[in-house]
Design a binder for this molecule. Structure first.
Ligand code: NAD
Length: 391
């Protein structure tokens, strides 16, 4: 038992609060339970379903689509003196809530990049479901051990070609400053592609096909981001962007592969949101704070759960099937990239300072979302009370 407080270092929160995470999960479940049911197949495998977009997808398929779910994610377990990582609690509470609702739900805490994890998952799919109808691939990881060679590859968030200087915010205290990020060197870009590109997604689909656990007509979705010009140097044209391009090309290849079983693979380009992965990308928190202000004022704001419910109900399992743009992408960033939204964000970008950040942006919304992701900052949770780290 211990009192848990947020411990934040360099945009990373090292602690998590089980009671607040339970509240966050319950809110997301309540949101989808109020929406119209999604007509979709009922057996779903999620890779990276413990937090952020993967968790929201899992909640939407289960509580709006009545699907059974098997999730693979990699989370730190609790000890007597240290809480688990947020996803560990999310998995526990999700599985319990879904089981209580009569749905199959199981979470595997394992390295999705490892061959033995794929074999365990295939065995478990056979036992739980026979086959799956949807594979959601939602991994964000700083490193990947190659399953063949055992070599550890690290992904970096750097511009490509030249150093990049831009505004950035310390979202905890709201101070706006300038940062310079040195360009990728040596193998930085190739290694980032190795971690966050499509290679592992391809290995998953191959293994599931070989194990005969992908049902006829099965679909698979992975998530990407494009964003506005302001973030191009660090995101889309940076090392992570190279990985995302690889992921998108992999989708085209996998789409042909899955045609053999009447299925399809595609990438959904999602909105910029506060997750554990996006909070550590330089420049992005300032952009998100400006974006949130505009989108909230225009009544267009969505969180992960609203995005994933809309994706599944309207753009994947809607009457017209998977709705892709001319490049084959599902665009869930459609509202983020609206001209009026982007014009307003760009207009404020140049003038934003520590002094006017409160007025021009939704920095408070960013901070609140960040704390909420870790179970902190929720009304009705007694943060002074000792809690069991086992949740
Ligand atoms: P997140 O950090 O909330 O989730 C990452 C997930 O990956 C977690 O479930 C974690 O356990 C899992 N994971 C990491 N390493 C793993 C491993 N070795 N084995 C098994 N599981 C592992 O991040 P997120 O923002 O939800 O990102 C998910 C996807 O969405 C990423 O592809 C990301 O690029 C994309 N995306 C994010 C945003 C955004 O703004 N956050 C926008 C568009 C697209």
């Amino acid at each position: 038992m211990m009192v848990l407080e947020p411990k934040i270092v360099g945009g990373v929160c090292l602690t998590a609060h089980p009671a607040g995470l339970k509240k966050a999960l319950d809110e997301q479940i309540a949101y989808v339970a109020k929406q119209q049911a999604i007509t979709m197949p009922k057996r779903v495998l999620i890779i990276g379903g413990s937090t952020g977009y993967g968790l929201a997808t899992r909640i939407a398929v289960a509580f709006a689509g009545s699907a059974g779910t098997l999730n693979v994610s990699f989370e730190r377990e609790p000890t007597d003196r240290k809480p688990a990582s947020p996803g560990w609690y999310n998995n526990k509470y999700f599985d319990r809530a879904a089981n209580d609702a009569g749905l199959i739900a199981e979470s595997l805490n394992a390295d999705a990049f490892a061959t033995e994890t794929r074999q365990t998952v295939i065995r478990r799919i056979k036992e739980l479901f026979g086959q799956v109808d949807l594979l959601v691939y939602s991994i964000a990881s700083p490193a990947r051990k190659d399953p063949e060679s055992g070599e550890l590859f690290k992904s970096v968030l750097k511009p490509v070609g030249q150093a990049y200087t831009a505004k950035s915010v310390d979202f905890l205290n709201g101070s706006v400053g300038e940062i310079t990020i040195e360009p990728a060197k040596g193998d930085d870009e190739a290694h980032s592609v190795k971690v966050m590109g499509g290679e592992d997604w391809i290995l998953w689909i191959q293994a599931l096909l070989d194990g005969d656990v992908l049902a006829d007509g099965a679909k698979s979705v992975a998530y990407s981001y494009i964003g506005p010009e302001i973030t191009f140097a660090i995101y889309r044209e940076g090392t992570i962007g190279a990985a995302k391009e690889h992921l998108e090309k992999s989708a085209a290849m996998l789409n042909s592969t899955l045609k053999a079983i009447g299925g399809e693979a595609f990438v959904s380009v999602n909105k910029a949101l506060v997750t554990r992965a996006s909070s550590v990308i330089p420049v992005v928190p300032l952009y998100i704070s400006l974006l949130f202000k505009e989108m909230k004022e225009k009544g267009l704001h969505e969180g992960c759960i609203e995005q994933m419910y809309r994706m599944l109900s309207a753009k994947v399992y809607g009457e017209q099937g998977v709705l892709r743009d001319s490049a084959g992408l599902v665009r869930m960033d459609d509202w983020e990239m609206r001209e009026d939204v982007q014009k307003a964000v760009a207009a404020k970008w140049d003038s934003i300072t520590t002094e006017n950040i409160q007025e021009l942006s939704d920095i408070d919304g960013f901070r609140t979302d960040f704390l909420h992701l870790h179970g902190f900052g929720w009304d009705g949770v007694d943060y002074a009370a000792e809690v069991d780290t086992q949740g």
